[in-house]
Design a protein around this ligand. Structure first.
Ligand SMILES: NC(=O)c1ccc[n+]([C@@H]2O[C@H](COP(=O)([O-])OP(=O)(O)OC[C@H]3O[C@@H](n4cnc5c(N)ncnc54)[C@H](OP(=O)(O)O)[C@@H]3O)[C@@H](O)[C@H]2O)c1
Length: 280
């Protein structure tokens, strides 16, 4: 039986991948958390702690799916050294002790690009990150890709409903939600990631997974708030913080490698409505 580990199984994406893989009988699945013990069976783990990394890597997993990090570009901009230590230092630690027989699958971001190309970026596009978060993700990717068997999956904004960690929907519980309205993206529905994970992990190198529609972030957020009757009012992000984070305006990732059929936003919203009703 194949042994799979999810690093970051308490996160928005990691928890969904963890729960999905647990439901697949052919795999033995473990997961880690850092501060938030979302499921009883998760193991505490800090990727910046070399002793913890060495111990975890000694378990010799066949596949390690990595969804951990500080996924907040403003926080990373304000705490660049800490961000680099967690994102890049953490991945260096993991790769240092990664058994030769293990494959590392690293989730990365559209933020490795500068967003100047209006028609999007494919797997061969040249990276040029604009902010600390993007730079950290790019440097971590380079470390992961030092081994040919490893995989980097780049995703743009992830949306969806998650009854354990509802990070996307919870944004809308705030009275005001600040966004940069001119950002265009092809957001990916979270179900399209975890439901395809067993196909995706067969690849190595870089693979892009973005949704089939390009939309502004403002349009996506307005549709979400309206449909789910969430209280947030959307406010332009220009005065939000003294520290300005440069963000790619065209956050669009395209793939020349896979032909997965991914859901339209309207299809995803139907599923999210059903999931929300079931959780109430
Ligand atoms: N969300 C998006 O829209 C989006 C877009 C593009 C790319 N991505 C990428 O997709 C991946 C998952 O994103 P997400 O939104 O699911 O993230 P998330 O909800 O913020 O989850 C991050 C995970 O990392 C763990 N973690 C934090 N610091 C750690 C450390 N020092 N050692 C080990 N684990 C640590 C957290 O543990 P605790 O919570 O237990 O502390 C949590 O499980 C990330 O690689 C991100 O860069 C996300």
């Amino acid at each position: 039986m194949k042994k799979i580990l999810i690093i970051g199984a308490s996160g928005f994406l990691g928890s969904k991948i963890f729960a999905y893989l647990k439901s697949q009988v052919d795999y033995s699945v473990n997961g880690t958390y850092h501060k938030n013990k979302l499921f009883d069976e998760l193991e505490k783990f800090d990727q910046t702690d070399i002793k913890e990394v060495k111990r975890l890597m000694a378990e010799e997993y066949d596949i390690i799916i990595h969804t951990a990090g500080i996924v907040n570009s403003l926080f990373c901009e304000k705490h660049a050294e800490l961000a680099e230590n967690i994102h890049v230092g953490g991945i260096k630690n993991i790769c240092r002790y990664l058994p030769k027989t293990s494959k590392l699958v690293y989730f990365s971001s559209d933020y490795v690009f500068d967003g100047k190309k209006t028609d999007g970026y494919d797997e061969d596009s040249i990276k040029h990150p604009l902010n600390v978060y993007g730079m950290c993700k790019s440097m971590a990717e380079d470390v992961v890709l030092e081994s040919d068997r490893n995989l980097v999956i780049r995703v743009p904004l992830i949306y969806g409903f998650n009854k354990w960690n509802n990070k996307y929907m919870n944004k809308f519980s705030r009275k005001e939600l600040r966004i940069q309205s001119n950002i265009r993206t092809n957001p990916i529905f979270i179900n399209d990631i975890f439901e395809n994970i067993l196909d995706l992990i067969q690849y190595s190198g870089i693979i892009h997974l973005g949704g089939p529609e390009v939309i502004t972030k403002e349009q996506l957020y307005s549709r979400t708030a309206r449909l789910f009757k969430l209280p947030s009012k959307l406010i332009e992000d220009d005065k939000a913080s003294k520290i300005k984070v440069n963000k790619p305006i065209n956050s669009i990732v395209l793939s020349t490698r896979h032909r997965l059929k991914l859901r339209l936003i309207s299809e995803a919203f139907d599923i999210m409505q059903r999931q929300k009703r079931a959780a109430e």
